[in-house]
Design a binder for this molecule. Structure first.
Ligand SMILES: Cc1ncc(COP(=O)(O)O)c(C=O)c1O
Length: 320
């Protein structure tokens, strides 16, 4: 395996790698400027030289310069020195130089990943990155996909949003195509394994019934907490989960805290007790969160054991 020198990956606490960073940034900005210029090379320039020397033009640029100078001086005045080895006060640290360069370059192209035609390059990269992550985590990249979010909070929101929506999909299927879930009780429907839900959705998509399912789902009908049930999080969860419960209408009392052990890892015995308690009362479980690196303690939950535990529940007809 090729060796990596970590010191080459950052700008450096004393900007030691500034020449590389500036040279690369210059190259990438030039690439973008040439790309603009060379798009339909026979088109005339829109901003004429005469305009560039006009008073209003120069005053406008002056105001931009002043604003940028002010921003820079305010940023330098009291920003946190994440890059310095003297700084250990917060969970943030320096960011990779390649990430900074990639960010600054991509922003010039302003892709919009919400629609493929507005982002043919970055959407393809997003799909590629999703598959790489899936593979890294042991999923089949041929069957998996991922979605890049702007941060951890939104990633957690998406997870809860999906868990909430998937939970009640079988109920929507029962309304739209009952023969697909024939003979199943409501409890069985609410405990359909996620993979089975997705397989059924694939069938319904092929039959042109996907929109009809969406129309009967929680997205249109609103949330019914008796059906969506509880969401289990370790006591060590990040506060974004609490906000998520609020935003998606779950309600904080339906987000059930699971105790942590002396190493701040989710206590598996307590988890099992809580799951069994809800099963006994026939209260469905929408999802369970395990944390890989808690915010305050850097604790890593026993994800493998939790996954095995949930597979065991699934074999007994309970999908969490
Ligand atoms: C474990 C965990 N989850 C989620 C988040 C939220 O991430 P972000 O601040 O990127 O929204 C954090 C942030 O510290 C975190 O530590």
């Amino acid at each position: 395996m090729k060796k990596v020198d970590v010191d080459a990956l950052f700008i450096g606490p004393k900007s030691e790698n500034r020449d590389y960073f500036k040279g690369m940034l210059n190259f990438l900005v030039d690439e973008h400027l040439f790309w603009r210029r060379d798009f339909h090379p026979n088109d005339q320039e829109y901003i004429k030289i005469r305009e560039r020397y006009s008073e209003d033009f120069m005053l406008t640029q002056e105001r931009m310069t002043e604003t940028l100078h002010e921003l820079s001086s305010r940023l330098k005045e009291s920003s946190m020195p994440w890059a310095s080895p003297r700084y250990l006060g917060h969970m943030n640290s320096d960011t990779l130089a390649v990430a900074n360069l990639a960010y600054l370059t991509t922003i010039l192209y302003n892709p919009n990943n919400v629609a493929y035609e507005a982002s043919p390059v970055t959407t393809a990269l997003e799909i590629e990155a999703g598959k790489q992550l899936a593979e890294m985590l042991g999923y089949d990249p041929g069957k998996s996909w991922g979605h890049i979010t702007c941060d951890g909070t939104v990633a957690n929101y998406e997870a809860l949003w999906l868990a909430r929506n998937v939970k009640t999909i079988p109920l929507a299927i029962k309304e739209v195509k009952p023969e697909l879930v024939n003979g199943k009780s409501e409890w069985e429907l609410l405990n359909t394994p996620v993979s089975e839900c997705l397989d059924m959705l694939d069938i319904l998509k092929k039959e042109g019934l996907f929109e009809a399912i969406k129309d009967r789902s929680v997205r249109v009908k609103g949330i019914d907490l008796k059906k969506c049930g509880k969401f289990l999080v370790p006591q060590s969860r990040h506060y974004s989960w609490v906000k998520a419960a609020d935003i998606f209408g779950i309600g904080q009392e339906n987000m059930v805290p699971i105790q942590v052990d002396e190493h701040f890892r989710m206590d598996l015995e307590h988890l099992k007790k809580v799951i069994d308690g809800f099963i006994a009362e026939k209260i469905p479980i929408m999802g369970i969160v395990a944390v890989v690196g808690t915010t305050e303690e850097r604790a890593i939950d026993h994800v493998d054991t939790i996954a095995e535990m949930l597979e065991e529940y699934e074999r007994k007809g309970v999908s969490c």
